[in-house]
Design a protein around this ligand. Structure first.
Ligand code: NAP
Length: 325
C-alpha cells in the first residue's frame, strides 16, 4: 500500500518505519524540518520517501493522521483540503488533546476521530493506534509469539477501512481488536490517556502494551456447579457465597424474599453467615452460608440446587476449607 504519514513525529515515524519495513511504500510528511524527513526515509528503507503532504496525499491509498490536535486543520489544509482525502482510508492515531497536553479538548458527546470524519466527508476514517505509546512500536514486537503480541483498538464505520487498519496493526507487530463503530472512539480516546498515564507517569516504563484476556465464566445458576464433596476428611467445611445482579439493589423486595426463603430452607447445623447487599466485582454480594461436613452432602446439594434456581441469584461460589466451622 502507498501510505502518507501526515505528521512524522514520535507516532508517525515509528509506524511509518514499521510499515516500510513490512513492504509498504511510505511517504513521511508534515514536519518543520525537511532534513529530518529525509533522514527518516533513509533509515526506513528503500520504499520510503520524504515529501510535502500535498505531493503524496492525493496519490496515496492510505493516510495516517498523526499530528497534534491543534495542528489538525493546518495539516489537512497543507495536504490539499478535504477533497485531497476523498475515497482514501484515513487512519487516525491523533488524540484530541489541548495544546498543553493536559487533557482532552473534546470528549463524551464526540471524539477526535468523529470530528476528523466530519472534516473529511469523502474519506473512510478509522481510529487506531491512539491507545499505544510510540515507544512500544519497535521491531522486538515481532520476537513475541503472534498470539501474545500487544493489542491495538480499532474503531471505524467502513469495513474496507477497518480491514486496512487491521492489516497495518499486524504489520506493526500488534493484534488488532475491533471495538465497533467510529462513535466508540468517545470511549477509546480517554483510554488512550489511561495508557499514557501508566506509561509515562508511573514506573512501568513507556513501552507499555495491553491485552484483553477472556477468562472462563464463573459458574452460573443454569450451569452445573463443580461440587466436590469430600466426606470423612476430618473438619472439611464449605462456604457458599451468593451474588445477585443489579436488580437486587434496585429491588429490595427481591432480597427480602431471598432472605426469607433462605432461612426457611436452612437445615439444622447450617450457619446463615449473614445477608448484606454490597457491590463487588461479581455482582451484589447477598449472603454467605457455612456448612460443616456433617451436613454434607445431601442437604448441601439440595440447598445449592435451590440457590441455582432462585431468581435473585446470579453467581454461586463455593470454597472448601479444612478449618473448624
Ligand atoms: N506519542 C505517543 O505515544 C502517542 C500515543 C497515542 C496517540 N498519540 C497522538 O498521536 C498524535 C501525534 O503524536 P506524536 O507524539 O507523534 O507528536 P509529535 O512527536 O509532536 O509529532 C508531531 C508531528 O507534527 C509535526 N508538526 C508540524 N508542524 C507542527 C507544529 N507547528 N507544532 C507541532 N508539531 C508540528 C511535527 O513536526 P516536527 O518534526 O517539526 O516536530 C511532527 O512531525 C497526537 O495527536 C497524539 O495525541 C501519541
Amino acid at each position: 500500500m502507498l501510505i502518507t504519514i501526515l505528521g512524522s513525529g514520535l507516532m508517525g515515524s515509528a509506524l511509518g518505519t514499521a510499515w516500510a519495513r513490512a513492504g509498504h511504500s511510505v511517504a513521511f510528511t508534515y514536519s518543520r524540518d525537511r532534513a529530518k524527513l529525509d533522514q527518516l526515509a533513509r533509515s526506513a528503507g528503500n520504499s520510503a520517501i520524504a515529501a510535502a503532504p500535498n505531493e503524496t496525499v492525493p496519490e496515496c491509498e492510505v493516510v495516517l493522521v498523526s499530528v497534534p490536535w491543534h495542528r489538525l486543520d493546518d495539516a489537512l489544509e497543507t495536504a490539499g483540503g478535504a477533497d485531497a482525502f476523498a475515497n482514501k482510508t484515513v487512519v487516525t492515531c491523533s488524540l484530541p488533546m489541548r495544546p498543553d497536553d493536559s487533557d482532552l479538548a473534546i470528549a463524551h458527546d464526540t471524539s477526535g476521530a468523529e470530528e476528523l470524519a466530519r472534516r473529511l466527508p469523502g474519506a473512510r476514517v478509522v481510529a487506531a493506534f491512539n491507545t499505544i505509546p510510540s515507544e512500544l512500536i519497535r521491531p522486538p514486537l515481532f520476537d513475541i509469539a503472534s498470539s501474545e503480541r500487544p493489542e491495538v483498538l480499532i474503531c471505524g464505520d467502513d469495513r474496507r477501512a477497518n480491514d486496512v487498519a487491521d492489516t497495518l496493526a499486524r504489520d506493526a507487530g500488534f493484534t488488532p481488536v475491533h471495538v465497533g463503530r467510529l462513535r466508540m472512539s468517545r470511549w477509546v480516546e480517554p483510554f488512550g490517556l489511561v495508557v499514557g498515564q501508566l506509561a509515562y507517569a508511573q514506573e512501568r516504563g513507556p513501552a507499555l502494551g495491553y491485552r484483553f484476556l477472556s477468562y472462563p465464566e464463573y459458574p452460573m445458576p443454569d450451569h452445573p456447579l463443580p461440587v466436590h464433596i469430600a466426606r470423612g476428611d476430618g473438619t472439611l467445611a464449605a462456604t457458599v457465597s451468593v451474588y445477585g445482579g443489579n436488580e437486587v439493589e434496585e429491588n429490595g423486595a427481591l432480597l427480602e424474599q431471598f432472605k426469607t426463603d433462605a432461612v426457611a430452607r436452612l437445615v439444622p447445623g447450617m450457619a446463615f453467615a449473614g445477608t448484606s447487599v454490597q457491590p463487588s466485582d461479581r455482582g451484589q454480594h447477598m449472603a454467605a452460608f457455612t456448612f460443616g461436613e456433617e451436613h454434607m452432602p445431601e442437604p448441601l446439594e439440595a440447598f445449592l440446587e435451590w440457590l441455582r434456581r432462585h431468581p435473585a441469584v446470579r453467581l454461586i461460589e463455593i470454597q472448601y476449607s479444612t478449618a473448624e466451622t
